[in-house]
Ligand binder design. Sequence first.
Ligand SMILES: *[C@@H]1O[C@H](CO)[C@@H](O)[C@H](O)[C@H]1NC(C)=O
Ligand SMILES: *[C@@H]1O[C@H](CO)[C@@H](O)[C@H](O)[C@H]1NC(C)=O
Ligand SMILES: *[C@@H]1O[C@H](CO)[C@@H](O)[C@H](O)[C@H]1NC(C)=O
Ligand SMILES: *[C@@H]1O[C@H](CO)[C@@H](O)[C@H](O)[C@H]1NC(C)=O
Length: 957
Amino acid sequence: MLYYTNTYLLLLLSPLLTLVWAAKSTIPTGVVNNGYIVEFDRSPSESTFFQHDIRKVRYTYNSKLLNGASVEFGDSVSAKAALAHPDIINVWPVSHHSRPSGLSDDTAQEFTNQAFNIQPFSPEQVPLLTKSYNEAYRELGVNGTNVRIGIIDSGVDYRHPALGGCFGSGCKIEFGYDLVGDDYNGTHESVKEDNDPLDNCPPTAAGATGHGTFVSGLIGATDTRLNWTGTAPAASLGMWRVFGCNSQLATTDVFLKAMEMAYEADMDILNLSFGKDGGWHEDVIAVLADRLVSQGVHVVVASGNIGTSGIMLTASPATANGVIAVGASMNTQLPGFILNVFNNKEDVLNIPYRTIVNQPISFNQSLSLKSIKDSCSEFNEDKYKNTITLIQDNNECDLMTKLQHAKNANVTIALVYTNSNETAEPDASTSNAQLPVGFINSVAGESILNYIEKKGATQGQFTRSLVALVSPKSEANRLASFSSLGPTNELALKPELTATGGDMFSTLPLYKGGYGILSGTSMAAPLVTGSIALFLSALNENQRKEVDPETVKTALMNFARPLGSPLSNLRQYGDSPIRQGAGLVSVARAIQGYKQFHVSPSKLSFNDTEHFEETQTITINNNGDKDLTFNLVHGPALSVHGYDTKNASNPTPIEPVSFSTKDNSIASISFEKQQQIQVAPGKSVEIQVTCKPPTAFDTDSHAIYGGYIAIETADKSLAASIPYIGMVGNMAQLPILDRSSAGVYPFPSIGNYDGTILKENETGKFTPLLQPTVLVRLLTGTPLLDLQVVQEKGKKVIGSIPFNELDQNQNRAWLPRNTRTITSSSSIFHEYKWDGQIQPIKGDERYVKTGTYRIRVRALHVFGDRENDQDWDEWVSPPLYMDMDGDSNKKKEGLDDDIPLPIPTTTTAAAQEPSNSFNNHPDATHFSEATPSPLKNGEEDSAVESGNQGFTASVGL
Ligand SMILES: *[C@@H]1O[C@H](CO)[C@@H](O)[C@H](O)[C@H]1NC(C)=O
Ligand SMILES: *[C@@H]1O[C@H](CO)[C@@H](O)[C@H](O)[C@H]1NC(C)=O
Ligand SMILES: *[C@@H]1O[C@H](CO)[C@@H](O)[C@H](O)[C@H]1NC(C)=O
Ligand SMILES: *[C@@H]1O[C@H](CO)[C@@H](O)[C@H](O)[C@H]1NC(C)=O
């Protein structure tokens, strides 16, 4: 057909582009054009598949994990033909995964050089900052010897003395490969493999984060100079490098190759500190992660960093059934730096200060140190010019106002003292302050005031000396607010475990100064990885052969320590398992506990009330050589509200979640045997556990309850616990389509090609090039979003807007719900353009005739049956008049229903153009303010306490 040729399309598109498509999307979701990962039912060398017209074979996979290949076709027609090959049993798109990234797009500063003084103020500082990582090594002497740990990440600077200084046999970093090279930019053309996974990027390169070096240090550093180690300092490490120096992108097929190589190199454990948010586990990396587990490899995955966006967003592959998904808690010690306060060099006060970015304030001279009492009004006096000025953060006015006044007075550095005598929490809302700000606590503030009063003229000098400060009570051993929440969309309990991941100290490449402080679930997963290595190295050879990944996961979960409640008024309840899993990993407890007993399964889901499985069986296994007697105890945890259901017709996800504080908001658990349970050595006993959901909630609430079943030895010397969850109500009844008009756009709706919204009582006028856009916002994840085309005359469904399940630009399968802010892999809403093509119920794709149509948007409920109309949430658009000849200035033949059109190859060209016009609406960023806010603190519900929030600096997944 002449209708769409490349030049024709591009010519017509170019004026439009400037008009409508203003800016590029910030979310890298692209698939590689006509790139597919195929799985064969035989080895690649035996398949005739490769006789097809394939432009490029990028990789072949030939292991127990996957027989297949990653291939690129010249166009979609040859792709379609080849993918019908009978040897093929699975197909996935080759898509881009972005590098582990943080909470916002503005993450650049989290990875800037951390050139603080590594000569700490006193020698205990680094051991204090790192003591949560290496407790078991220090206390039990187990060290991970004879265990191989594979890491798939950004490479490692093994020249770092704490990482052994060398690569290869006999070195700490013993295995690995560079799959991509320094100049890799996400395209296959830029791949330059070699057998050295060194990260030696130019320090200024955009992607030179040092992430892999940091993760390696947390797992296995041995640092004799600063006197600290990673979790498993004697383990052998392998690094498979998948990110280049300058780009945020790598493709799925590269990850798969790295997983295959690590498997072939006989890694016992794999650390994956990356992922794609969303709560589904259907993508190829999750599939491969599960296959690795089936082959006996322990796979540990970061759960994601969008905890403030609410429930059900665990990243894939952390969502995979067999892996251990790891959330992050805050460290018990926080990094600070030293400010010297003096009026003569002999009488120096050492004041610890903190900054939002966990980096010292860089100012080489000493400055006059002043204090200002009332900074709520301007204080433009000369004496504050070029000084450090001490400002109190009280509630008289906003801190940013005070800082602006300081700036106006030409203060050089503001020193803010808080109202609390606990370690100061830098106020993240001041990240845009116009001058450097240091934070100190009330004790330090007062001591400076006294000093000034006693001594008169006072000087201050900010140093780069690192100190460890005790975390505030509201933070220590509590979940980090950035840690992504479970469960999966299918109500599987995630994460499995928590480890410290907020404010971590570890190694960075030498070109970045060698050490740094970072936060994220990326930093928590390595501690669980190291813990598994310790667990394995504590077993004798026979025991080690017997334990599979599920058993080790169970032991670590059994003997984890549940974290404290996030609500100070409800300290008797633990935090929810959908936030913390089994709790904070404690491998020392697991090693000691497992010698005596363990309890399986590792976790229970009673499911939603509709599919309620009220009675389940747990098994106590006596692993020791004497009789054990147990008591069963129920430890309830807070119930979580993931949805604001006050407006029953449009429940919206609460971001961040809130907790129920009603008395009857906890489940009750009863046990089949009330009396003490005896288990003989080497034997096991099964016990039935029955759950009664909390009575506080009606079924519309969709509250998620949970808690812990503790199995305690009669002498109370040891207890194992099993986390459980359930949902009140029917998961499948949660609405999927947002029908609010609180945001910049009403949802669902039809976007006109000029960026306006088609009104309900209008008939839109469109052509194949001046296309309508369907705008949809999902409140819940959906396995399938179907966009049906209904003929206005006769109201007949004639087909659906085609989509390629393999094309993520327009993909409509396994969609995560939308979030209130754009994150590294979630968006505020989805948009789909329609050029008049349909996939009829029977037959090939074709274009509709000129005429009037409506779009019926249908989203399938989780667990829904596609054949059952009741299982879809639907909305019907206003009428759309499609003028199929409207783009042509010359007369064209009418398009006949009976002539199937080939898929125009130019759709891929169009897909490459920036197409997120609606997401880039200038008001789109205000959406989060326009949506209803989460439930306010009230009688029944309270949001997360503010002490647990506000963590925005230095977060990488
Ligand atoms: C090293 O740190 C440990 C605590 O982790 C401490 O007991 C020991 O004294 C420190 N050694 C030196 C030489 O400072
Ligand atoms: C990526 O690198 C390749 C080869 O080095 C180059 O041809 C291509 O233009 C680059 N692409 C981008 C988006 O930078
Ligand atoms: C690790 O522990 C083993 C004993 O279990 C010991 O032989 C080895 O020297 C230790 N290695 C290190 C680096 O501490
Ligand atoms: C602060 O500096 C600016 C620019 O140098 C100057 O215009 C202003 O008068 C100064 N303000 C005070 C209070 O010194």
